[in-house]
Design a protein around this ligand. Structure first.
Ligand code: GDP
Length: 291
């Protein structure tokens, strides 16, 4: 592929001027997505539905355990979802505040989604990719050892708040676990937790901290597999099947469909935006099929 062919397209997707009015901005987001729609079908699938593209490497029907179609919105729905993530005067997308304790968190008016994962999993890169239609947004990164880890809140118009949880390691300090735990347990407007797993290495010991928390608090959560551009197809398929098996057999609250993404090639980002717009109640897509 592809990366070299997708990049100019994605570049155009991201290259919209901040001066446009809201109507035009929504229109230009749609226009940008039409660039994606012009890709040859194989490349479009790889960019927009990466799990589907991987599935294409199996004998048809041989892996029904890969739940591809639980959330499978139309391309039109995906194009509509882009407008929620497109910054304009009427749809302000901005960093709101940071908190070390839940009582410092902003109020509960908007629905919230949070992103959680161990350090280096690619969380800041993913959030930057999700916000690439709002290039003014400054995604906060605090990686210096000894610096207090904070929960960062981003306002996405009047629609929802995106919350970036501090990255954790295997030996997460107790106060840090307390902070994350309290947030996950008590945040009333938390609609969905996105738990990031590095697709190159699969589920690690440290990831279990977050998995156990989500399971214990019976939170609805989703597994997002990061950095999918880094592995060979064979390695990625192996990891995806392993993680899918884990989700199917060892979890209760995890959404059965995996979301593979690459912040580098933008693969899976449009689908994730659409999913967020849907589960925060902002976009009624035709994408959900529960069986
Ligand atoms: P965080 O600690 O979870 O916020 O991780 P970062 O977003 O800072 O990413 C950690 C490292 O992985 C950085 O060197 C990124 O450039 C790299 N990275 C993140 N996402 C991707 C991706 O999708 N593809 C590739 N190839 N590298 C990535």
């Amino acid at each position: 592929m592809a990366a070299h062919r997708l990049r100019p397209c994605v570049g155009r997707l991201f290259g919209m001027g901040p001066e446009l009015g809201s109507g035009r901005r929504a229109y230009s987001a749609f226009q940008a997505f039409t660039e994606v729609l012009r890709l040859p079908s194989k490349q479009l699938t790889k960019l927009v539905f990466p799990l589907q593209e991987l599935h294409g490497h199996f004998v048809p029907g041989s892996r029904p355990d890969l739940h591809l179609n639980i959330f499978h919105p139309s391309l039109e729905d995906i194009a509509r979802a882009e407008s929620f993530f497109t910054a304009s005067a009427r749809n302000r997308i901005e960093y709101l505040t940071s908190a070390v304790r839940l009582d410092h968190a902003p109020d509960l008016r908007r629905p919230e989604v949070c992103f959680i994962g161990r350090s280096n999993v690619g969380k800041s890169s993913l959030i930057k990719a999700l916000f690439s239609l709002a290039p003014e947004v400054e995604v906060r990164v605090s990686k210096k050892p000894g610096h207090t880890k904070k929960i960062n809140f981003y306002k996405v118009g009047k629609h929802f708040t995106l919350v970036d949880m501090p990255g954790y390691g295997y030996r997460a300090p107790e106060d840090f676990v307390d902070m994350v735990e309290t947030y996950l347990k008590e945040r009333k407007n938390l609609m969905r937790t996105f738990l990031l797993v590095d697709s190159v290495v699969g589920i690690q010991k440290a990831d279990n901290i977050a998995i156990e928390m989500c399971e214990e608090f019976a939170l609805p959560y989703v597994m997002v597999l990061t950095k999918i551009d880094k592995s060979s197809k064979g390695h990625l398929l192996k990891q995806v099947l392993q993680i899918q098996k884990f989700v199917d057999t060892k979890t209760q609250g995890c959404f059965p469909q995996l979301f593979p993404v690459s912040a580098m090639t933008c693969s899976g980002i449009h689908l994730l935006r659409c999913f967020i717009a849907d589960i925060t109640g902002n976009l009624k897509t035709t994408g959900f099929q529960f069986s």
